[in-house]
Design a protein around this ligand. Structure first.
Ligand SMILES: [Zn+2]
Length: 255
């Protein structure tokens, strides 16, 4: 029987109804299957900001996060989440609201971003709308002042739009340095996430919360293994090595 450690944070991106153009996006039909699996296995969805009080969360808590805020998340993720009484957190690059994800290159249907109206509706429905900076830069190449500006401006834009406090942040491309953590603290965020895989409780710094990445080909059984091992690579090759190591450990203890 699998023992689950909780809470655990998952990272999704786009949820198109067509073949995903990006390795990070997942077909809406497959995402719906992921939700069905989480529900069937008794997971409770909580918001990223709820991790600030992780000890109060239900035993099997999962945080579903979406980076960037793609327009296809509205039909492909928000509506199915609502239909199942589940919730999630969106990290929004504020310069791109209602526009395109410029860092993906040529604009396409799948690079279109949620509008301010959609974000308001999702917030009103109980979803968390959080910060992913303004322009989606690689923070690690910016100086502290530039990083502070990206973080504080995005916070103000979202707080004005939603009339609520925004306390959560995700570093674009998962790239950050010590200044990013300082900037996040100084600009009033209380929790931030990276793209480093691992368990929530394996990281004591609240500005370096780990997440498991979900990729376009991830079946329900891959999701199940990711939830069990808190790793992005759950290929059978790696799993076999994991179990082989455990058997080896036991043998060593016996002899
Ligand atoms: Zn991003």
């Amino acid at each position: 029987m699998t023992q689950y450690r909780s809470p655990i944070v998952l990272m999704y991106h786009g949820t198109p109804a067509a073949q995903p153009e990006s390795h990070y996006s997942i077909h809406a039909d497959l995402f719906a299957k992921h939700l069905g699996y989480l529900q069937q296995e008794g997971w409770t969805t909580v918001l990223f900001k709820d991790l600030q009080n992780a000890e109060t969360l239900p035993e099997k808590s999962v945080v579903i996060t979406f980076d960037d805020g793609y327009e296809d998340n509205y039909p492909g993720a928000f509506l199915p989440l609502m239909a199942n009484g589940m919730k999630a957190t969106w990290f929004i690059a504020t310069d791109c609201i209602g526009k395109h994800a410029h860092w993906l290159g040529n604009p396409s249907t799948q690079s279109r971003m949620l509008t301010a109206e959609r974000l308001l509706e999702m917030h009103a429905a109980g979803m968390e709308i959080a910060s992913h900076t303004c322009s989606h830069p690689d923070l690690s190449v910016l100086n502290l002042d530039q990083q502070r500006l990206e973080l504080s401006k995005a916070k103000v834009v979202l707080e004005d739009l939603l009339s609520t406090q925004v306390s959560s942040l995700a570093y674009p491309f998962g790239r950050f340095n010590a200044d990013s953590v300082t900037a996040a603290q100084q600009t009033g965020y209380s929790i931030a996430c990276t793209t480093r895989p691992g368990w929530f409780d394996s990281e004591s710094n609240p500005y370096m919360v780990r997440r498991i990445a979900i990729f376009s080909g991830d079946s329900v059984s891959t999701l199940a293994r990711k939830l069990s091992f808190a790793d992005n690579d759950v290929s059978w090759k790696k799993m076999t090595r994991y179990y082989a190591d455990r058997v080896w450990d036991k043998l060593i203890r016996v002899f």
